[in-house]
Design a protein. Sequence first.
Length: 249
Amino acid sequence: MNKEIDIRHVLPAVQVPTLVLHGSEDTIVPIEVARYVASRIPAARLVELPGIGHLALGSGGVGDVIGEEIERFVTEVWESGGWEESEPDRALATVLFTDIVGSTARAADLGDRRWRDLLEEHHALIRRQLVRFRGRELDTAGDGFFASFDGPARAVRCACAITEGMRDLGLEVRAGLHTGECELLDGKVGGIAVHIGARVAKEAGPGEVLVSSTVKDLVAGSGLEFLERGAAELKGVPGEWRLYAVASG
């Protein structure tokens, strides 16, 4: 399971002093992995520990060596004035996109007034769930919602509550989520992570909550269960993306 976890997309969002330690004798995780991690986290420091393998807390004074490196790093950060949080223009966020399946045909069947009343109930339900799960509404377009969360597990559970609640209204909603580094501008979020989230939502089926592999990996241990939906090419986004449907929340 550990080997399948992939959170490369969130590394640039780490905004605190970071020390990356790696044993030179590690035969399980190559040193290139540590170098990559250090290169993706802003101003991270990589220290290669000579003669230390993968199980770095064994005997032979290994723990002392690691402790000395951590103490040296923390001392230098402290003596340089510590770490002062600056106003970020980028932040890690989980984005949620929803829209009604077959909305055009349903609107034609109901007529303008009844459709408008149903849309108001739809909007009210989503907004109640956003408040419940501490999400932030960012935009609406017709029957679609765009929201952000600072916790991926809450975002997934919110999406599940929305899709389940819509059945009582006789509606089917698809939802898609992705977690990544987002650009912050005037209270809005943007960037490639937002585009990925929108594309994931387009791949979702009726009543389905679909997430990127990044979301799935970040919520490991939360009790959420997923079904693999395979790899997909997301329009306008490089490479293939593994997608997962929420099986239970």
